[in-house]
Design a protein around this ligand. Sequence first.
Ligand SMILES: [Zn+2]
Length: 142
Amino acid sequence: MNFVIVRSFDNYIDANITLGRLQSEGVQGFLRDEYTVTIDPILSNAIGGIKLTVREQDAPKAMELLEGFDREKRAFFKCPNCGSNDVEFISTSRKASNWFSAILSFLIGSYAIAPNKVYHCFNCGHEFKELNNNGDSQSDGQ
Ligand SMILES: [Zn+2]
């Protein structure tokens, strides 16, 4: 069976959330080099970060889903300080259980935020606990 890399991440949380969402859509995949990146973030530049890898036959569907996630994310995450959409939901403690709850809250479209997690704006560096968006949850298909 052949596997192809559909995306690379430098963020452990984001990689796991995305993998979890793909799996919930029936796409089987796994993360490569995840361990190396977590241990040594500097090395992640050299090896291209955490690689999201899927079965070759699932790649077109995975790419399509990823585009949808990106669109959804841009609409969903917005920095209250500068208005940039270059915002990531990150954990400040990075415990194993945190990404799982992050996946859950992402999947159910909830704004529930556990302690130790913040939104970080990569444009201005602002960090904030809650999204001050227009408040609608963008969940389609329900
Ligand atoms: Zn900002």
